[in-house]
Design a protein around this ligand. Structure first.
Ligand code: ADP
Ligand code: ZN
Ligand code: ZN
Length: 731
């Protein structure tokens, strides 16, 4: 028998199936094996078997051994890996790696063990004590303790009895044994769950999901409408049918409440897949799913590869979130993979959001997805009311502070009424865009209608979609003001100002700097939930699905900034961010309020967000995308070329461009844009960066595959080439 093996080297040159003899051993498909390869031994995956090889018998080597007690990959995983390989054009080995914890590779897993102590059998405790030297009280006490308590952890005994443990061991009176410790992460999360009666809307949503024949259901439910409860009930039904479930969230560290509820209802059936776990923990969680001990996987996007069999349900919460797009190879879109997995396993998908992506809502309206709507809050209250603070006026009135008068008043009221507030500051939008502080003008590209980025090094404004460069402005072209801003405050400065205004109040800050380790987010969110602080100041992280009942005020410091991401999705992102962060206010019995600070009070997107006019926003945005030729009506493709040597990269770009030009010439009608240029950020980590950028439309699947193929064929040892589809960042 011949085994077909993919060797675990993610390199295009060895990206093929190798034949190996199985000898007398019976191997299983999906198993990891050790094989001779050239002069080395390496790990590989068995993806199939055949009777005969096309190579001469003498040339074929034999598999050395099987690496695990069980096949690491199921047939479903293998098929999905093939899908990843074909769709995202990555080596098979890289696709396969997504399905196993990194720790499994290279035999790095060490099972965590604990030491336990028992009294040695055969001698009675009384005899033991009698044989001790006078004054050995600790040893005598230890013997007494063990004879009463039985098996006890070594760590505990060492703490209680110190060196006595060692002395007794030397005498042979006690025996130390090793036992495997099951590591279950986030034990400290106290399980917590409300027992609730479903609302009519929740009931209808669940019915709608159960009754539809469509694979994907979009749950479009306003903030606070109780989407989580819907997910939990669906998981419950899935388990009852004897099936398993995957639940995806944008960032696991930001969802302690969700984890607590899952734990409360499903106990150890829940497995948390999270990059912040220790290696051992990650492996253990994977193994618990693999063996069927755990039946629910919760995690960020990569949990879509969880090793569950008999899958019945895939949940994608906050489906609009950018984190569902992988930014390193394989550059997959999570929903795309989920659909394939659902097709293979016969499961159904529910994606949920208060602000669905343009693409998903478009599909729901066209009937491709089933649509379930929940348009009222569980608490029966209206969505929080917006108050717009016009920052142009503040400046004129001499208020140089980052807080408008309205926001200051609202914060004071919040203190008086003893509730809590969240202050959202979108630092990411800062420092690259040019905005007039007097009239709100923002510089945009004439060809693309996307915001220009200021490049400090060359002092020009650049469009990242067409490469056009404009001279830096010295004054505002609309109002003539020289009060142009292209840099701003950070969250730290905001906390400092807030502290000046409210010296007696506790303030928490949450951003990338405060939350570098895995517990960072948890700790801050926990403190805030326990009302240890009045105010929480933070970046996008504070906008995600948190449910703090005492929050009645949300301040959005710079609503404009995300309007100017140099991204065709900037309007969509702005609408989503504002709606999401506003949705943190007034979720329980008290009504909520939102103060939105802006230099552009008349901006259409802002007024749509303020009025919770998702439908209006959607129609408008879809029309713009259609007219300007952006997704979902076209595909943005960027072929990236990177090399340590500028000349090499430039040459490769020329070659790649030449190849794509041929495709372009044959399919002119499908190309809305095609050009080559240096990347906006010319050099990262010593690598020079170039790109071919295009937008293609119509029936583009074949063209896309050709572009991948031709571009990737130009890869060399010195030049890295990869393709991005609808990239979120064109840096
Ligand atoms: P969403 O994700 O839609 O913003 P959540 O799922 O966080 O909303 O629910 C908002 C709040 O309502 C939570 O505190 C949740 O426990 C509570 N809740 C959900 N469903 C019900 C229900 N049927 N009855 C009472 N409270 C509920
Ligand atoms: Zn101006
Ligand atoms: Zn442009």
């Amino acid at each position: 028998m011949i085994a077909q093996v993919i060797v675990d080297i993610a390199h295009s040159e060895v990206d093929k199936i190798f034949d190996y003899k199985t000898g007398d051993t019976e191997y299983q498909i999906g198993s990891r094996v050790e094989v001779p390869f050239g002069y080395q031994k390496i790990e590989g995956f068995i993806i199939g078997f055949k009777e005969k090889s096309d190579f001469p018998e003498s040339k074929i080597k034999e598999i050395i051994r099987c690496l695990d007690d069980f096949p690491a990959l199921t047939l479903e995983c293998l098929t999905l890996a093939q899908f990843l390989k074909d769709t995202y054009h990555v080596p098979f080995a890289l696709a396969l790696r997504q399905f196993i914890p990194a720790e499994l590779r290279g035999g790095r897993v060490k099972e965590k063990t604990l030491s336990f102590v028992t009294l040695t059998e055969g001698i009675s405790p009384i005899e033991m004590v009698a044989s001790l030297r006078k004054g050995s009280t600790a040893q005598a006490n230890l013997i007494g303790y063990l004879s009463k308590e039985g098996k006890t952890s070594l760590t505990v005994l060492n703490e209680k009895f110190g060196s006595a443990v060692k002395s007794l061991k030397e005498k042979g009176f006690v025996t130390v044994t090793q036992e495997k410790a099951g590591r279950i992460p986030y034990k400290e999360l106290d399980a917590f769950s409300k027992d609730v009666k479903l609302s009519k809307e929740q009931q209808d949503a669940i019915e709608s999901f159960k009754n539809t024949q469509k694979t994907v259901t979009l749950l479009y439910g306003v903030t606070g409408s109780g989407k989580t409860e819907v997910y939990l009930r669906l998981i419950n039904s899935t388990l009852k049918e004897g099936k398993t479930a995957i639940m995806l969230v944008p960032e696991i560290a930001l969802t302690p409440q969700m984890l607590r509820q899952l734990r409360a209802r499903f106990g150890d059936s829940v497995s948390i897949l999270h990059s912040g776990l220790s290696k051992g923990e990650r492996y253990d969680e994977w193994l618990r799913l693999k063996t069927g001990e755990a039946k629910i996987a919760i995690g960020a996007r990569s949990a879509i590869f969880a090793p569950l069999e008999n899958l019945g349900l895939i949940i994608i919460d906050e489906e609009h979130d950018g984190s569902y797009e992988a930014e390193t190879a394989p550059r997959y879109k999570t929903l795309e993979v989920a659909k394939k997995r659902a097709e293979l396993s016969g499961s159904k998908i529910i994606i949920g959001s208060a602000t669905p992506s343009i693409e998903s809502y478009d599909k729901a309206l066209s009937g491709e997805y089933n649509l379930a709507k929940m348009s009222t809050r569980i608490n029966g209250k209206d969505l929080p009311e917006f108050i717009v603070a016009d920052m142009r006026g503040e400046l004129r009135r001499g208020n140089e502070s980052v807080f408008s008068a309205d926001l200051k008043d609202a914060l004071k009221e919040c203190v008086e009424k003893d509730s809590q507030a969240i202050i959202f500051f979108n630092r990411r939008g800062y420092s690259q865009q040019v905005i007039c502080r007097d009239c709100g003008f923002v510089a945009k590209c004439q060809n693309c209608d996307v915001t220009l980025n200021y490049h400090r090094d060359t002092g020009v404004l650049k469009c990242h979609y067409c490469g056009s460069a404009y001279k830096m402005l010295s004054a505002c072209p609309e109002c003539g003001s020289v009060n142009l801003s292209y840099s701003g405050a950070g969250t730290q400065k905001i906390v400092a100002e807030l502290r000046k205004l409210f010296p007696n109040e506790e303030i928490l800050r949450m951003d990338n700097d405060t939350t570098s380790n895995k517990e960072g987010h948890f700790k801050i969110l926990k403190q805030f939930a326990e009302r240890k602080a009045r105010f929480l100041v933070g970046t996008q992280m504070v906008a995600k699905g948190h449910d703090f009942p005492s929050v009645t005020l949300v301040g959005i410091l710079d609503a404009d900034m995300s309007l100017y991401f140099s991204d065709y999705r900037s309007a969509e992102r702005t609408f989503q961010l504002i709606t999401q962060v506003a949705g943190r206010s007034g979720r329980a019995d008290k009504k909520g309020k939102v103060i939105l600070q802006t230099y552009n009070p008349d901006n259409l997107i802002l007024s749509q967000a303020i009025n919770y006019d998702y439908e209006g926003f959607f129609k408008n945005e879809r029309a713009i995308r259609r007219a300007t030729g952006f997704p979902p009506y076209a595909l943005v493709l960027r072929v990236m070329i990177e090399s340590n040597e500028d000349g090499e990269a430039m040459n490769a770009l020329k070659e790649v461009y030449g190849e794509i030009k041929e495709i372009y010439d044959k399919n002119r009608d499908n190309f809305l844009f095609f050009n080559k240029m240096r990347s906006p950020v010319k050099k990262i980590n010593g690598k020079y960066r170039y790109q071919a950028l295009m937008r293609i439309c119509g029936d583009y699947q074949k063209i896309k595959d050709q572009i991948y193929e031709k571009s990737l064929s130009k890869k060399t040892a010195k030049v890295l080439i990869y393709v991005e589809e609808n990239p979120s960042n064109l840096y």
